[in-house]
Design a protein around this ligand. Sequence first.
Ligand SMILES: [Cu+2]
Length: 151
Amino acid sequence: MTRMFHVILALFWLPVLNAQYGGSESSTTTTTPSSTSQSSSSSSSSSSKTVQSVDVGETGFTFKPDTLTVSPGNKVEFHFYPGNHSVAQASFANPCHPSSDTGIFSGFVAPTSGESDTVFTLTVNDTNPIWLYCAQLGHCQAGMVAVINPP
Ligand SMILES: [Cu+2]
């Protein structure tokens, strides 16, 4: 009875141990070519995903940076500063206007001082250009635009 139990226990743990060993080995030796062109902040052990940050309205009517290259599957975090700004998606042909009813829109974020706790996170699904602007009255016209994966 006890021997049988130990055999079952051994059979159960063998693949688990193999998987753990294999997993840790591959994460240390595998290099992903796509991540070499990006500056990945602190190296996280298991994931090649990167998150880039954009400051919205920290220095006037600006997205900073205003041009980003983001690989599919990676994320962009928008951090809002005072000025009641937003992040909205336009088309190239019609800037400063919503690209569609289902386009990206963060809503308006209006911290009274400093950086808002509200962070808008956008996941990039492909390499198509994403044209962005601030939908607050006059801000886009003042140059508050950005682009992800410019053509
Ligand atoms: Cu704005």
